[in-house]
Design a protein. Structure first.
Lengths: 295, 452
């Protein structure tokens, strides 16, 4: 009976397992193999060993450019998204009339598709006809060529991405509402002010959520594609040439599938390395209340 | 917690690790068996296309405006009167960038349409990428029906690689300057003559500039900066883009830098819109945002529709360069078949019809759009143009330029890479980009890509 139950359970898992193998593990293994080949999608892939890796590290300035663009974007966007998302969640965690309306309003942008958002922001960022420059003109600021100037295109994309952080605000809000109120009462009795309460109660209790958001944020940010591809195509002058756009161009425009796979493998290794570092450092700043009780 | 202890906790008795792995392996084998026996796997030497039975359903992709789609539907209906056993599914993608995204991704996925639209400057690059099949053997079998002697020789050159024809023609186009005659009349500025130069173009444009504070309300002279057009402009000013043997890009030349610098200065003055300076999705000429606009022969029908009765307009020849010549870029649209088509016979039947005089009448002659890809249809087109009261009245400018000023380029096999690099680098012109640096980077990047 128990054996039958076990087999039944395993059979149910097989559905997921087959999907995992076909759509995740299989393509990963195939990409890893193809990264050592030269292939344009027709005929057989030709084994070239480490040729693609040698080329991308030593003979492809666009590899470094795309890495730099992605890194700069991540360094600008991630801290801001964590701060602003958490800040907004703190504000929305108030018992005020109408706060649910605000929660809805701030969440709505995150349900829109990436392409629609990019097209919309294309109008917002227009130099002469965009609403953003119109607002800036009230303060006497000259029109900013957001999408035409290589120095402004990354800040523009950061602004666009920050508009859609409503999803992370909801996750922070969930975490905040899970903090036991007794802790706040104790802090209040001990005479802690707002800042001390935030520092000693809220942030430690929220650290697992922040850690989760950070890890997911790193993984998503390093793979950003849709918004930049639709809005700028990687320009101007490769200033928004994200790593994922580089992969797309090598694969689908130049038909260098082996090289594109090598780029993908490198990206995966970078993401794994950064995530590993975050996990390793998490012991010093992530507080799990359950672990403390059990230790 | 190990897998074993989890399973024991769930069922009350342990299923061994070996048993679990065996089950997983069995599932994998089942999945792999289900996958094999269908379309051939990557790594086979032969593409997975087939001649097919000559009937059935074929997919047809094109990249035109919504108005023009109606004409394509008429052509399909006419085709079906004679070929009722071939069903044609039309997919039109109006935005060129999105059309290329579709073609590029479908090419890798092996599911390109049976017949799709190709610009003639793409042919050499797509042949190199094995994206399309040679049509010469099919043309040789069907000489009477196809009558390739009726095609423009210059276009045949662009549609051929190593003496093999890879496409049948749709249209053959060049560019001219669309002028808002009402705006010229209101400003008291005379319409330029055919002898004008690029300096005259910018000088005349300066009369129409309007600004409100720092915001530009109107420009004078709209330019296009896409690569294919600029090749002709460079040549008219004494510069080249590719070496004669098409093995490398040589665009970084003083004559080319000089012209780009001149253009950049005009953008800074607001005479010419910088790239993306006009509102997205708006036709600047039809909206009255520019007094003059460089545009192609393919845009006459859509401009007629967009302008309506708003103002009086016409076309005039492109300006001459410092060499005293015009050097107008000519290229066209064409129809191609991929090696992955499962019904190449039916696709060829449809392509032949698309390139026929009957189809040209519906697609090109009746709407007075562009210049037909057949010389015999061009005669029909000229006759209709002479008798038509629709603007532009000087539509004959396009075939005249084709005869007298057109440069029929042959395009290199690394054209796709050059096109991508050009679009990226030229975008900074008018936003502080240095023309000399832009061209140097385009040349270096392209030659690196060409070596691969």
């Amino acid at each position: 009976m128990a054996r039958r139950e076990a087999i039944t359970g395993l059979l149910w898992v097989q559905a997921w397992f087959i999907g995992f193998v076909l759509f995740t593990l299989g393509p990963i293994v195939a990409a890893a193999y193809l990264s050592f080949t030269e292939w344009n999608g027709v005929g057989s892939p030709r084994w070239i060993g480490l040729g693609n890796y040698a080329e991308l590290l030593t003979d492809d300035p666009l590899f470094w450019q795309s890495l730099k663009v992605t890194g700069v974007f991540a360094l600008l966007y991630l801290p801001l998204s964590l701060l602003i998302g958490f800040g907004m969640a703190l504000l929305m965690n108030q018992r005020l009339r109408g706060v649910s309306v605000f929660r809805t309003i701030y969440y709505l942008p995150s349900v829109l598709s990436g392409v629609a958002v990019a097209v919309l922001w294309g109008f917002v960022f227009h130099r002469d006809y965009g609403v953003l420059n119109y607002f800036l003109s009230w303060f006497g600021i000259d029109p900013v060529p957001w999408l035409q100037d290589p120095h402004w295109v990354i800040p523009a994309l950061v602004i666009m991405q920050l508009w859609g952080i409503g999803g992370s605000v909801i996750i922070y809000l969930g975490g905040l509402q899970g903090i036991p109120t007794e802790l706040y009462e104790v802090a209040r009795i001990d005479g802690a002010g707002w800042w001390a309460t935030l520092r000693t109660v809220t942030l430690p209790m929220m650290s697992p959520v922040i850690f989760f958001q950070l890890v997911l944020g790193v993984i998503a940010t390093l793979q950003i594609f849709t918004q930049a591809y639709v809005l700028t195509g990687g320009g101007p002058d490769y200033a928004s040439f994200f790593y994922a756009i580089n992969i797309y161009q090598r694969a689908f425009v130049e038909l260098r599938l082996g090289y594109a796979c090598a780029l993908s493998v490198v990206l995966a290794l970078i993401i794994i390395a950064i995530t590993g570092i975050i996990f390793k450092t998490s012991r010093s700043w992530v507080y799990y209340a359950g672990e403390k009780e059990n230790s | 917690m190990t897998t074993q202890s989890f399973v024991k906790g769930f069922s009350g008795s342990a299923v061994t690790r070996r048993g679990f792995l065996a089950a997983a392996g069995g599932a994998l084998a089942l999945a792999a068996a289900g996958c094999s026996g269908g379309k051939s796997l990557p790594g086979t030497d032969t593409p997975s296309g087939a001649a097919g039975s000559g009937s059935g359903t074929i997919q047809f992709w094109t990249d035109h405006s919504d108005d023009e789609v109606l004409n394509f539907k008429k052509v399909i209906a006419n085709f079906n009167k004679v070929n009722a056993d071939i069903k044609v599914n039309l997919l039109n993608i109006a935005d060129a960038a999105k059309y290329y995204t579709k073609v590029n991704t479908a090419s890798v996925g092996g599911n390109l349409a049976d017949v799709f639209y190709a610009r003639t400057f793409d042919i050499a690059s797509w042949v190199d990428k094995q994206r399309i099949i040679p049509l010469t053997p099919l043309v040789d079998q069907d000489k009477a029906a196809v009558d390739s002697r009726d095609f423009w020789p210059a276009q045949v050159q662009q549609m051929s690689v190593r003496d093999s024809l890879y496409a049948l023609p749709y249209d053959f186009s060049n560019l001219a300057v669309y002028i808002n005659k009402s705006m010229f009349s209101d400003a008291g500025v005379p319409i330029p003559t055919d002898d004008w130069t690029w300096d005259d173009f910018f000088e005349v444009g300066g009369h129409f500039v309007q600004k409100e504070g720092k915001k530009q309300k109107r420009w004078g002279a709209g330019m296009v900066t896409y690569d294919w057009f600029m090749m002709g402009v460079f040549k008219s000013n004494g510069g080249e883009t590719f070496s004669e043997d098409l093995s490398q890009c040589v665009v970084n030349q003083p004559a080319n830098v000089d012209f780009l610098r001149k253009l950049s200065d005009q953008m800074a003055k607001g005479v010419t819109p910088a790239p993306n300076a006009t509102p997205a999705g708006v036709d600047p000429f039809a909206a009255g945002l520019v007094a003059m606009q460089v545009n192609g022969s393919w845009a006459t029908a859509q401009t007629r529709s967009a302008v309506g009765n708003k103002f009086d307009w016409d076309v005039i020849r492109l300006p001459k360069g410092t060499t005293g010549k015009r050097e107008v870029s000519a290229a066209g649209g064409s129809w191609v078949i991929p090696p992955t088509s499962k019904n190449q016979v039916a696709a060829w039947t449809f392509v032949k019809y698309l390139a026929s005089r009957e189809s040209q009448q519906v697609l090109i002659v009746d709407p007075l759009r562009s210049i037909p890809g057949r010389q015999s249809s061009a005669a029909d087109w000229s006759a209709k143009a002479k008798s038509s009261k629709e603007p532009p009245k000087s539509i004959e400018v396009f075939p005249q330029q084709m005869k007298e000023d057109a440069v029929a380029w042959a395009f290199p096999k690394f054209w796709t890479e050059f096109d991508t690099i050009w679009a990226n680098r030229i975008a900074t012109l008018g936003a502080g980009g240095d023309p000399a640096k832009i061209l140097a980077q385009i040349q270096d990047d392209t030659n690196k890509a060409a070596q691969r």
